[in-house]
Design a protein around this ligand. Structure first.
Ligand code: ADP
Ligand code: MG
Length: 238
């Protein structure tokens, strides 16, 4: 499990600041939700943690090791994207195995991991299919499975349910919560949906305009919003 610590982290694209002076510690095994409107910087923050985007200033560390010393592949993190990002020409099994081969895991170990993840997500019957032969919900399970097989110390999920219909969104949300319970890994879950945040989070980080508005448990954020913005966004009682 990973502890992820940000100190005074800022990010600019050219001279446009998109993350401003964020300090935050995500505890080992914690499920933290980044909640905020579109454009508030959620994905950029997650991508910096994943190592897909450089930080402009401040420090980021994972289990006490500074991010400059950790290439993305060394961070022990697995990311799940909104658009699944599956390889269309590969089967489900190959999609899940692909990233493991690159990091030198043996074929027999890969088979075991893929079988375990498939069982956990109840998709053993899909392993031979290609992405085009799957529904949106099934594709998202494959994307989650591909993260699970890496046995990551933390999962980073960027709006993983936003392409699913309402019923499936609720079901997959419950499954993700169960997965977190079972695996006890650190999870950072990005969403603009306050219901998802309220039902999943140990703590919610509310982002707006490149900054943190509030950090707190769902109840704290809902009942004691730190600003008018937070109250409006999470629908706090007046
Ligand atoms: P969110 O995920 O909360 O919708 P993002 O992190 O995607 O927000 O974006 C935050 C801001 O950064 C937005 O104004 C967006 O236009 C800008 N931005 C994101 N990525 C880039 C990029 N590669 N180049 C320039 N601006 C970007
Ligand atoms: Mg985003």
């Amino acid at each position: 499990m990973a502890e992820i610590k940000l100190e005074n982290v800022s990010k600019s694209f050219g001279n446009v600041k998109v993350i401003e002076d964020i300090s935050l510690t995500v505890g080992s095994g914690e499920l933290v939700v980044f909640l905020g409107p579109s454009g508030s910087g959620k994905s950029t923050l997650l991508r910096m943690i994943a190592g897909l985007e450089a930080i402009t200033s401040g420090t980021l560390s994972i289990n006490g090791v500074r991010s400059e010393r950790l290439a993305p592949g060394q961070r022990g993190l697995a990311m799940v994207f909104q658009n699944y990002a599956l390889y269309p020409h590969m089967t489900v099994r190959e999609n899940m195995a692909f990233g493991l081969r690159n990091i030198g895991i043996s074929n027999s170990d890969i088979d075991v991991r893929v079988a375990e993840a498939a069982r956990m997500l109840e998709m053993e019957n899909l392993l031979g299919r290609r992405p085009a032969q799957l529904s949106g919900g099934q594709r998202q399970r494959v994307a989650i499975g591909r993260a699970i097989v890496k046995d990551p110390t933390a999962f980073l999920l960027d709006e993983p349910l936003s392409n699913l219909d309402a019923a499936l969104r609720v079901r997959t949300r419950v499954e993700l919560a169960e997965l977190h319970q079972r695996m006890k890994t650190t999870m950072i879950y990005v969403t603009h949906d306050q219901t998802e945040a309220m039902t999943l989070a140990d703590r919610i980080v509310v982002l707006n305009n490149c900054r943190i508005e509030q950090v707190g448990t769902p109840m704290e954020v809902y009942l004691k919003p730190a600003s008018r913005f937070v109250a409006g966004f999470v629908g706090s009682p007046a």
